[in-house]
Design a protein around this ligand. Structure first.
Ligand SMILES: Cc1cc2nc3c(=O)[nH]c(=O)nc-3n(C[C@H](O)[C@H](O)[C@H](O)COP(=O)(O)OP(=O)(O)OC[C@H]3O[C@@H](n4cnc5c(N)ncnc54)[C@H](O)[C@@H]3O)c2cc1C
Length: 399
């Protein structure tokens, strides 16, 4: 059977945060946009914990909305491997917890309202260049979608960048992650809680995020060990009387960004481009903001002559890096060093943090962490720990 070909100007793959933002922005620039999503429902399944800073949300042109906002957050409690927790409480709310399924659906609805044609149950298998100059996507056993520019926003594991002549993020840097939606927990406050240590989450951390007065999203990602066993132990230790309402698995990307995010009539954005904070695996803000830039660039390129397009697409790559890459570089180094630390060094590090809490509360930024990382490294107590940190890092390479 002959399958139809759908024509448009910008074709976006993946209706996650990056794809929805890109499609919405391109459509607002008066081009015909299609958005292709493999699942029957946008936002399902969801793997994400849904922590987004208020500043980041505003960078995405959004405000907390009861449709997707579950809770407001005023800081974080850090649990070192041993000893008392360290609490960083901000003067006012700093973040929100979102229901990621509802968030993605909200963004997709907004994009459709702006004129985007959304196709669900549409799994893209191949990116193609056509002899007449256009580009397009092949859906497995289905139609073709032809356009002037393709944006790949299909998340971690995408193979489309390679087909477009680009490199993919280092997929070996995907850490296995698991989350439980807990109900009937003890009273939940307005703080996110993080747990560190090689007995808890070797090479990364575990988290507890309040979603209601007596419910929490508790998860864990790690470099070594059995993620389910570690998460079950954490739940048993801290919320022994709670119920596990739902289980979600998903891999946390800590690779850092790819070296090039554009090729001829093709852009890549979000997790597919490695646009994720390596310290936490958070990518909603960076991917969503880069989605806006990609949508704008794709619309402008689609309306321009072929020989002018490369400059516009290249500019997208420059623009998102101007905004985020200096912080991403420092976060990458911090993550690599942190991943190799012994429990003893982690304990000392958190002890040092305790002495600088007012500065951390004032300067820390959830999305742009480069400044606070550099600031802390200049502190005497942190500098004194550097030989230990270096020793642990070298040791971890050989263990
Ligand atoms: C356990 C966990 C917790 C996390 N917690 C946070 C957090 O608290 N805060 C934060 O900022 N980030 C968090 N992240 C990271 C965040 O979820 C991602 O960075 C973000 O979702 C990336 O958005 P995206 O649009 O690039 O990709 P995705 O959200 O993965 O969206 C990609 C979309 O493309 C679709 N798709 C895939 N392949 C195809 C195909 N071939 N054809 C058509 N459609 C396709 C998928 O179905 C999906 O809808 C977490 C990640 C994990 C795993």
């Amino acid at each position: 059977m002959e399958h139809p070909t759908h024509d448009s100007q910008v074709v976006v793959v993946g209706a996650g945060v990056a794809g929805c933002q890109a499609a919405f922005e391109a459509s607002n620039s008066d081009v015909k946009v299609v958005l292709l999503e493999e699942h029957p429902q946008v936002g399902v399944p969801s793997h994400c914990s849904g922590v987004v800073s208020l500043n980041g949300l505003s960078l995405l042109g959004l405000k907390p909305d009861p449709i997707f906002t579950q809770r407001t957050i005023q800081g974080a409690i850090f649990n070192p491997p041993k000893g008392d927790p360290v609490e960083v409480r901000t003067k006012s709310a700093v973040a929100v917890i979102i229901n990621r399924m509802r968030f993605d659906q909200y963004l997709a609805k907004r994009a459709v309202g702006a004129g985007v044609s959304l196709y669900t149950k549409t799994r893209v298998s191949n990116f193609e260049h056509y002899p007449n100059g256009g580009v397009g996507l092949q859906v497995q056993g289905g139609p073709r979608f032809r356009g002037e520019i393709v944006i790949d926003a299909s998340g971690a594991g995408s193979r489309l960048p390679e087909q477009a002549g680009l490199r993919s993020p280092d997929w070996t840097q995907l850490l296995p992650g698991l989350q439980y939606e807990l109900t009937e927990t003890k009273q939940q406050g307005d703080m996110v809680e993080l747990f560190f240590g090689n007995h808890r989450a070797p090479g990364f951390f575990a988290w507890s995020i309040p979603t209601g007065d007596h419910s929490a999203r508790v998860g864990l990602a790690c470099r070594k060990g059995n993620v389910k066993k570690l998460l079950d132990e954490l739940v048993k230790d801290f919320w022994p009387k709670s119920n596990v309402d739902a289980t979600k698995s998903g891999s946390v990307l800590v690779s850092g960004p790819v070296d090039k995010c554009w090729s001829e009539n093709f852009l890549v954005v979000g997790d597919a481009a490695g646009q994720v904070k390596q310290t936490t695996g958070g990518g909603i803000v960076i991917g969503g903001y880069s989605g806006i830039l990609a949508g704008r660039a794709a619309a402008s390129a689609a309306k321009s002559p072929q020989d002018q397009r490369w400059k516009i697409l290249m500019q997208y790559d420059q623009d998102w890096r101007d905004k985020f890459s200096s912080d991403l570089k420092r976060m990458g180094i911090a993550h690599r060093v942190f991943a190799g630390l012994s429990d003893e060094t982690l304990n000392r590090l958190f002890e040092a943090v305790r002495d600088y809490l007012p500065e951390i509360e004032e300067y820390a930024d959830m999305d742009f962490q480069g400044k606070i990382i550099s600031h802390m490294l200049r502190k005497r107590k942190f500098a004194a720990l550097l030989p230990r940190v270096a020793f642990d890092s070298v040791k971890s390479i050989f263990s």
